[in-house]
Design a protein around this ligand. Structure first.
Ligand code: CA
Length: 231
């Protein structure tokens, strides 16, 4: 996001009427919005890294939105992704998060809700955080630069993984329930899909603990805790 407070937003949506309304509303908010209708075009533009946020329809001509997001993440692109979709079953949501999406807005949505979600994501992903270094054992998190290292080696995390790790590190030593984590990291009601917490804890473990003494511990029936020495 620029200092003037507007963001560059890409919308990938094949329904012209929806794209028009969304583009108009976001431009009215002062954002710079680019629109394409196909999955491949969306992927190509997304990979330029020029966008602060990508609004991604799931059902698209060419490759679908989930696949677009997956390929962006595979290529190391960490642009925040908000899925827009008519397929609002829990399973599809989980698929979206597995693909590395950051949020999910089922159609039909009100334009006010869309604007609020966009603001929330931009706030989460672009607000400069306090610069105190978080440290647990040889794991460090530098909030201002969103830089994570284990034994000095940098670790790439998605925006959601970063928020989750920051939450665990700020609360290091405290056992956190899935509901607490859900409320602290995903800041809206998620219809009880606490599976997403398990899923993301799994991602973090693979990136943070792989080949090291584990720092993320499961407390059966209670939740998770990040600490150096498991008792
Ligand atoms: Ca569509």
């Amino acid at each position: 996001m620029t200092e003037a407070g507007f963001a560059r937003i890409l919308i990938v949506e094949d329904e012209e009427s929806i794209a028009d309304v969304v583009c108009t509303a976001l431009r009215y908010q002062g954002h710079v919005v680019e629109h394409v209708a196909g999955g491949l075009q969306g992927l190509e533009l997304g990979l330029t890294g020029a966008f602060d946020l990508i609004l991604l329809d799931v059902m698209l001509p060419g490759i679908d939105g989930i696949e677009v997001c997956k390929r962006l993440r595979e290529k190391g692109d960490l642009s925040p992704v908000l899925f827009l979709t008519a397929k609002a079953t829990q399973d599809d949501r989980i698929q979206g998060f597995i693909a590395g999406g950051d949020d999910y807005l089922p159609k039909p949505f009100s334009i006010d809700e869309l604007v609020l979600r966009v603001q929330a994501i931009l706030r989460r992903t672009t607000t400069a955080a306090p610069s105190d270094l978080l440290r647990v054992a040889d794991l460090t998190f530098e909030p201002a630069g969103q830089e994570v290292r284990r034994s000095g080696a940098p670790i790439d995390l998605s925006p959601t993984e970063l928020r989750l790790l920051e939450y665990l590190m700020v609360n290091a030593g405290t056992v956190l329930s899935k509901a607490q984590i859900l409320a602290g990291v995903w800041d809206y009601d998620f219809d009880g899909s606490e599976n997403v917490v398990e899923l993301y804890i799994g991602y973090l473990r693979r990136k943070i603990d792989d080949g090291h003494p584990p720092l993320i511990h499961t407390k059966r029936g209670a939740g998770y805790v990040l600490r150096e020495n498991e008792r």
